[in-house]
Write a protein that binds this ligand. Structure first.
Ligand SMILES: O=C(O)[C@H](O)[C@@H](O)[C@H](O)[C@H](O)COP(=O)(O)O
Length: 234
């Protein structure tokens, strides 16, 4: 296990600025060397300020593919859609020129369109230039929810699937999530968390215990070079 590099900021604004400039530099570097760049981001509420700062950076967004590490199984018209949140906060300004690949297909039952989603993400491939994870206070990241049906398939380091369907025990909709192999070898892998509660959860995740209880442990315990980075502000 490689110790994560912990970046602590006085304010959420300072964190958002630092993370946005770091991700923009990684994407610009990939474009310079390979002509294109791939970014995978999380949904939820935490990343909004970071997204707004990143969206305003002047890189060649036409060469960037952006996707989600996970999606609630709802259409973009739904208030809980991560894709809708990205359109409002990230796919705006200069970043509106990026290509967005959704992790949702119109279907009541996600399993019915699994093959189509899996093929889509198999074509994108793993090894993102940058992947930004969030975390819940329960220690979930992406949609790898504790003890949830679909979690084992999501975390299997040998799986050839790029996507998994998870049914969290939180009473909300099903989720589509990228699998562990799709995320863990990102060149720049960061966990973006804010607030004291999530800091306590992160500390608890660093302790001994089953991955199924706090799935972010799968990332924490991976042997990465470079190690993943944690960006935290109170
Ligand atoms: O779909 C989602 O909700 C996210 O992808 C999820 O993994 C998120 O990162 C955590 O749940 C934290 O969410 P908040 O930022 O809202 O606390």
């Amino acid at each position: 296990m490689s110790e994560p590099v912990f970046h602590r900021y006085e304010t959420r604004e300072a964190l958002a600025e630092a993370l946005a400039s770091g991700v923009a530099a990684v994407l610009a570097g990939a474009i310079a060397t390979e002509g294109t760049a791939r970014l995978a981001v999380s949904g939820g509420s935490t990343p909004k300020l970071f997204f707004e700062k990143l969206a305003a950076t002047e890189i060649d967004w036409h060469a960037v593919t952006i996707t989600l590490v996970d999606e609630r199984w709802v259409p973009e018209s739904h208030t809980r859609s991560n894709a809708a949140m990205l359109r409002d906060h990230l796919l705006t300004g200069p970043a509106a020129a990026a290509q967005f690949v959704p992790l949702y297909e119109p279907s009541e039952i996600p399993e019915e369109v699994f093959d189509r989603l899996n093929d889509r993400f198999h074509r994108i491939g793993h090894g993102f230039d940058a992947a930004i994870l969030g975390m819940g206070t329960d220690g979930h990241t992406a949609s790898w929810f504790p003890h949830a049906p679909g979690l084992t398939e999501s975390l299997d380091p040998q799986t050839e699937n790029s996507v998994a369907i998870v049914h969290p025990n939180d009473g909300y909709e099903a989720r589509a999530t990228l699998t562990f192999p799709m995320i863990i070898d990102a060149r720049f892998l960061a966990l973006h968390i804010e607030g004291e509660d999530k800091l306590r959860s992160f500390e608890a995740a660093k302790a001994e215990g089953p991955v199924e209880a706090m799935p972010v442990r799968a990332v924490l315990r991976a042997d990465r070079d470079p190690p993943f980075a944690v960006f935290w502000a109170p």
